[in-house]
Ligand binder design. Sequence first.
Ligand SMILES: Nc1ncnc2c1ncn2[C@@H]1O[C@H](COP(=O)(O)OP(=O)(O)O)[C@@H](O)[C@H]1O
Ligand SMILES: [Mg+2]
Length: 404
Amino acid sequence: MIEPTESPTQRHATAVVEAPPDGSAPVRSDTQLAYRLHQQDLLAELGVVALKQNDLTKLLDRAAELAADGLGAELCKILQYLPDENSLLVCAGVGWNPGVVGSARIVADLASPSGFAFKTGTPVISNHLDQEERFRTPELLASHGVRRAINVILQGDGAPFGVLEVDSRSAGEFTSHDLTFLQGAANILGMAIERRRYVDHQLVLLKEINHRVKNSLQMVASMLSLQASTMRDSPAGQSLQDAISRISAVARVHERLYRSASVGSVDLSAYLGDLCRDMKALASTCDIRYVSDAEVSMVTDRAVHVGLLATELISNAIKHAYPGDKGGVVDVRLVRTADASVTLTIRDHGTGLPNGFTTKASGGLGMKIVRALLGQCRATLEIVAHSPGTAFVVELPLTEASPA
Ligand SMILES: Nc1ncnc2c1ncn2[C@@H]1O[C@H](COP(=O)(O)OP(=O)(O)O)[C@@H](O)[C@H]1O
Ligand SMILES: [Mg+2]
């Protein structure tokens, strides 16, 4: 039978403590009670911050403030273990001179209180650093006039993150109750760090997947391109070109996803810019000019729909407005019209539409796809005849449809 083991995150405080100099019993008083109740409040607050705060630096800074407050101390630091250097970096803290947080380091060996706590997982209380025989006092503590220190390990379920250390310049003693408070704070913090590591790992995996999907789609498009090159000028070759453009449009969105910080949305403006460049490379005779006046963050699925819409309308302009090798300019413009919508215009200066043209009556696959995509995006299409040329104006609401 497997014995239940204690999770490293639920550490209990059994410390390496020096003996009290006079062996006196701890004082119990209302002040003591108020002190402990204050510590409880601080732990509760840290729990809330740990759940709410996604920014790790801000979380560590706040945790350092709360830990120092809880022990009535002037200084607190969070030390992050750097395996390559075998050192503990002061990555957050309160009360330190400028230049300490973010750069000062302590060797992670058994000779310093923090190193000992890190290497052994045992909390360390040093109430008389000047008389300390077990450890050398790190220069950082000496230069800040620290007289006593308390150290606990910071650990989630995985490898330990580092050490939480509270330092005081005043005389007095850290007690085993203080240790219980600090270990509680470290446990909460350790769990929060662990959760962040997990989320970061998931993000890396998602980006990796997007990278692969994009590569796979590009490979399919390349193979189809080879095939299309043997069918030049035939209707089947042209259909294959259309299919390649559609696949490339989907591939591009995955490329945007692994390049951007967000995994659920893309910048529509930049994405359409990518598409225009791709289509220009495919259609050597046409100049595709893209103008956009705004960054528009859009949920990925929706952005793909808009990307495919643009692909159909741009490829029609290349193919039908400028038949043969005539070539010409296609203007693509994305403008934010009101707070909650954008207008995407694809304008050519070519032949104009056939008489009696409607998207419904045109009979082509492209227009069928356009109509379906307009419905999915809840967008409207206005077709404006110019002389010469045609403008397709898509009005796109930015707000998500409310669930039916
Ligand atoms: N920008 C345009 N200029 C001129 N004619 C166009 C334009 N866009 C579409 N058309 C006309 O609409 C028809 C339908 O287009 P579509 O449904 O995309 O099918 P396909 O491109 O396969 O012919 C085209 O065959 C063409 O006659
Ligand atoms: Mg078409």
